[in-house]
Design a binder for this molecule. Structure first.
Ligand code: G6Q
Length: 539
């Protein structure tokens, strides 16, 4: 057996008799202090996990056997770690200060990063100050980002998360879906004379975004009476200047980025323009500094004290060895309500893979189904299953020690709920305890909580641009750790291609321009839709 096989075999052996959380805590009164890590304003409690020292040692051994340290260095050194597409994954360069070198193919990319950041900052300041005028001479007050996937989820999540730091005189919205309702409802109450569209697309070929951009252009030019309005009401974020120009946006008003920035890792690039306009360049740079801080922690901290490494390996333990298929992320802060959706893409698109880097079937199960909702709302919805269902759902709880909206005792109540949930999940309530509380025998089983349901808790001092930056980079690197352990490429996403290709075929079949040629189920639905669709399409 090689080192990897030996490490896997050892963990499989551990998985045959995983320790119970009650036993782990009974055996070690100092567990809560020992199993916690701090970095800057972040504290990770990982005591409530089904791991003892031996299991942790075995997880770290697996990481070492898989060459995690070398994989981290390869990523930071700009090697083409996205091997199937022959690209680097160097999002860390987007948050590097001037003077720090990050090379792709021998070329330092940091000066280009700062050149674009500088252009973004001038533009954002101008819009924020009311100095960017629309076609009729009125200042821009509304920003609409048109993008999807990685060109939407990051800035949409961060604009929500940092709303407390935003210029409230500006309206910043996001349209992603090709469903016309998305655009229609988003612009319904906006004045075209005061609205700027950011067409955000790395490739500038994405059907949804370009369809929305064309419809937005029609909406704008119809209302303002001239095609020339496009120059004042549209800017682009892309890597493809020619396609941007072909759409009718002057490349002068394009903010560029590079093929070494993956879509779901692109928030700190020009893809974050909407966020920078909302919160201003200074706050945006604070977010970048937070990311950078976590990048350095990830690159330099020993594995045992490394937050992304520890979180990543715990996920591997549950998903690959204990057969758990889901993972919940539960932010106890309304500002983070889009964070689970953002992480869904980051985690599931990166690591939802079934072959390893060599194209062979993976040795271990990969990414879990990730979901989440802000607490306390989730408690009144799906937590029932987490406490008493037949499936165990490992969870990350995220809370803040200070509220950005202090109000009576709300924040203590919120935090009490967070901590209570982790305690209830971990320790439950035994049948004897239920009986002792006087519950009638017929209800004892119903009122019993099995416990032994694991969770991590991230406590952050306060939600700031820097702390959000740290949280984002923490999860990015957690995903990279897991990809290394599973030996998969976290940076491609061929799984989204087949559906796109088939949609391209089905489109003309729905309008009647072509006859359906699919399986009998798909053909029948196409015929059903054709018989009922509005004659002129969606008018
Ligand atoms: C992200 C994916 C994907 C991508 C969208 C939008 O990592 O690659 O979600 O971001 O498909 O692509 P464009 O930015 O090219 O429009």
């Amino acid at each position: 057996m090689n080192d990897v096989q030996t490490a896997i075999a050892a963990l499989r052996e551990s998985a045959e008799r995983p320790p119970h959380l009650r036993d782990l805590f009974d055996a070690d009164p100092g567990r809560g202090d020992r199993h916690a890590l701090s970095h800057a304003d972040l504290r990770l409690d990982y005591a409530k996990h089904r791991v003892d020292d031996e299991i942790l040692t075995r997880l770290f051994a697996l990481a070492r056997a898989r060459g995690l340290a070398e994989r981290i260095e390869a990523m930071f050194s700009g090697a083409p770690v996205n091997e199937t597409e022959g690209r680097a994954a160097l999002h860390m360069a987007l948050r590097a200060p001037e003077g720090v070198r990050f090379e792709v193919a021998g070329q330092d990319v940091v000066p280009d990063v700062h050149e674009v950041l500088g252009r973004m900052a001038s533009f954002a300041e101008r819009v924020r100050a009311g100095g960017w005028l629309g076609f009729t001479g009125r200042p821009i007050r509304n920003i609409v980002n048109l993008g999807i996937g990685g060109s939407d989820l990051g800035p949409a999540m961060a604009c929500e998360a940092l709303a407390a730091y935003a210029d409230r005189g500006l309206t910043v919205r996001f349209v992603s879906n090709v469903d016309g309702t998305d655009l229609a409802e988003t612009v319904r109450d906006l004045d075209p004379a005061e609205t700027l569209f950011i067409v955000c697309s790395k490739t500038f070929t994405t059907q949804e975004t370009l369809t929305n951009a064309r419809s937005a252009r029609d909406w704008c030019t119809r209302a303002l009476g001239s095609e020339e309005a496009v120059a004042r009401h549209f800017v682009a974020v892309s890597t493809q200047g020619d396609r941007v120009a072909a759409f009718g946006i002057d490349p002068e008003r394009m903010f560029g980025f590079w093929d070494w920035v993956g879509g779901r890792y692109s928030l700190p690039s020009a893809v974050g323009l909407s966020l920078m306009i909302a919160i201003g360049p200074t706050r945006f740079r604070e977010m970048l500094a937070g990311m950078r801080d976590l990048d350095e922690h990830f690159r330099s901290a020993p594995f045992e004290a490394n937050l992304p490494v520890v979180m990543g390996l715990l996920g591997v333990w549950y998903g690959s060895f204990l057969g758990m298929q889901t993972h919940a992320v539960l932010p106890y802060d309304r500002y983070l309500r889009r964070f689970p959706a953002y992480l869904q893409q980051l985690d599931m698109e990166s690591n939802g893979k079934r072959v390893d880097r060599a194209g062979e079937p993976v040795a271990l199960d990969t990414a879990p189904v990730l979901f989440g909702e802000p607490g306390t709302n989730g408690q009144h919805a799906f937590f029932q299953l987490m406490h008493q269902g037949t499936r165990v759902v490992p969870a990350d709880f995220i809370g803040f020690c200070q509220s950005l909206n202090p109000m009576g005792d709300h924040h203590d109540l919120l935090t009490a709920n967070l901590l209570a949930q982790t305690e209830a999940l971990a320790f439950g309530r035994t049948a004897d305890e239920v009986r002792a509380a006087g519950v009638p025998e017929a209800l004892v089983a119903h009122r019993t909580f099995p416990g032994d349901r694991p969770s991590s808790t991230l406590l952050v001092d306060r939600l700031t641009p820097a702390s959000l930056g740290r949280l984002i980079a923490l999860y990015e690197h957690k995903v990279a750790v897991q990809a290394a352990v599973w030996d998969i490429n976290a940076f491609d996403q061929f799984g989204v291609e087949l559906g796109k290709e088939l949609a391209g075929r089905i489109g003309p079949e729905l309008s009647g321009a072509a006859e359906p040629e699919h399986d009998s189920s798909t053909n029948a639905m196409i015929r059903h839709y054709r018989a009922r669709r509005a004659p002129e399409g969606d008018v």
